[in-house]
Design a protein around this ligand. Sequence first.
Ligand code: CP
Length: 317
Amino acid sequence: MRHFTTVHDIGDLKTAFKEAMDIKSDRFKYNHLGKNKTLMMIFFNSSLRTRLSTQKAAMNLGMNVMVLDINQGAWKLETERGVVMDGDKPEHILEAIPVMGCYCDMIGVRAFARFENREEDYSEKIIQQFIDLSGKPVFSMEAATRHPLQSFADYITIEEYKKKDRPKVVMTWAPHPKALPQAVPNSFAEWMNETDYEFVITHPKGYELAPEFVGKAQVEYDQEKAFQHADFIYAKNWAAYEKENYGQILSMDMDWTVDTKKMALTDNAYFMHCLPVRRNMIVTDEVIESPQSLVIPEAANREISAQVVMKRILESL
Ligand code: CP
């Protein structure tokens, strides 16, 4: 594997799951692969899980790790070509990226959608510049349109907990006070569409995701109907995708919060969320603290998904 930005970079999902289980059974088994190799993690946005799980996975593989928070301690970066740089940004990304590439063997990048321009966000300009200019393998630690390390961990978790070959997985929109990117729901949908699960997306009208991510999923606007017979409920907020209101909050309808009454409509479904989660907005305390909540095992699997991806990159060097 050279770069990892989408489900299409991982190949057959069942093979990837077997590799994940192999690593989970002994996470230090491939410690020799990373000897004298350096991972550089670049964060344009905040993180808890991605930062810690990816660093831990790299250490399990025997790698050295460097972390740079672009907004804390680095020069502010100009990202537009042709700009007269007489403002508060002393360094251009077109020099910064090749320089970063000089100091490492692979680069993880986190760069969220900015919600200024939908075409620019959906062109994945920042991570694509790292791929084009760093000279090193690049993997996404959440980009503008996808969060593949999260979705891979979600897929691993569902495979571990599913009680039937073809579970019903429901991704539901839920209310949130801030406008959030579509990266997690896009990516989750993209991965679910690569499985043979029954996959349903439910959200209020106006929150339709880009058709290329919805794919073959069933879209159901009635949340209670969608929850019936579900085996997994995957909750997430996202802002509007449609061009006329891209990045906007259209609803704060608390009737969409996942609560025990709605979970009772399911087939004793597991509850999932990528975290961080706003309690009693997205999900009630009772549901997230219930025995059916998988949010902690799901986060734990972030170490495993990152380790599979970096192992494959190391094997390709
Ligand atoms: N789920 C996830 O990516 O968490 P962080 O934003 O804390 O990294």
